[in-house]
Design a binder for this molecule. Structure first.
Ligand code: NAP
Length: 252
């Protein structure tokens, strides 16, 4: 019998998980995206796009679509959907697993200024004008209007909206995975003196951290929001084992 898994995605890990489960067979796979990217990459399974309407909406979806298992493979900074997943799974009586890659760890030579959130990053940018690489996605760029003295390089997958227009900024559109040598070249070309990054973890966007290390640049590193409390796995291998165990327990 097929088991219906709903994967909350928006990350490369979610796509990889869907592909691996499709390869195993025996799964009906639905992958859900928030709809932030206009042209999502192809992926295995059925795709659905857009919010559910909060935890209750997600719980309704779980029941209506007869979902057997929910996997939260969203971005570590997407805290609202993760909290909704936790509540919805409890409401609908559907088991929940989370795939959460480990954060990057500070290494010798790193000049990290660790802050808990975007407000902390704004606080850390007090002081003299510098050339700042904002590598935090597009959604929170507007907050940096509070620090207009800097010259910014802003990189995002989708264009920053009018609310994110900073007085002195260059905007580039690009999507990982990135290479450390190319990141070093980018930082040099724009004379970057400081990087602002979210501690996303994973390899796709780590190159800027490696480049900062190589060039001795400081990084304002924004820490993750607290985890949702779902049973969490740090690797694809670990979550696949857990799903296999879950199927075995069901006698499949
Ligand atoms: P969020 O704040 O956790 O979610 C906001 C709402 O979007 C949710 O309440 C939900 O709407 C909807 N949603 C989110 N993920 C969904 C999914 N997989 N399927 C269906 N609906 C979904 O997440 P976010 O707005 O996407 O992002 C928040 C933060 O995470 C930002 O800081 C962003 O930069 C970061 N992020 C980064 C990446 C990346 O770099 N690849 C990707 C995603 C997010 P309903 O309540 O209506 O269900």
């Amino acid at each position: 019998m097929e088991a219906h898994v709903l994967i909350l995605g928006g990350t490369g890990d979610a796509r990889l998980l869907a592909a691996r489960l499709a390869g195993q067979g025996g799964w009906r796979i639905t992958l859900s995206l928030a709809g932030r990217t206009r042209a999502p990459l192809p992926q295995a399974g059925e795709l659905r796009v857009g919010g559910f309407g909060g935890a209750e909406g997600l719980a309704d979806f779980l029941r209506a679509a007869k979902v057997d298992l929910l996997v939260d493979a969203t971005h570590p900074f997407a805290a609202r959907i993760s909290a909704n997943a936790r509540h919805a799974a409890a409401m609908a009586g559907v088991p929940l697993r989370a795939l959460q890659r480990p954060p990057w760890r500070r290494a010798p030579g790193d000049r990290w200024i660790e802050v808990p959130d975007i407000a902390g990053a704004i606080g850390a940018l007090d002081g003299a004008a510098r050339r700042v690489f904002l590598a935090i996605g597009r959604q929170e760029v507007a907050a940096f209007r509070a620090r207009p003295q800097h010259r910014y390089l802003v990189r995002s997958v989708e264009p920053v909206g009018p609310e994110g227009i900073l007085p002195d900024a260059v905007y580039i559109l690009d999507k990982g995975p990135f290479e450390a040598a190319a990141e070093e070249a980018l930082l040099r070309a724009h004379g970057i003196e400081l990087i602002v990054a979210k501690n996303s973890g994973g390899t796709a966007t780590e190159a800027k951290i490696l480049a900062a290390r190589a060039l001795g640049l400081p990084v304002v590193m924004i820490g993750r929001p607290p985890p949702s409390g779902a049973a969490s796995f740090e690797s694809l291998t670990a979550i696949l084992q857990s799903l296999a165990h879950w199927r075995a327990e069901r006698g499949e």
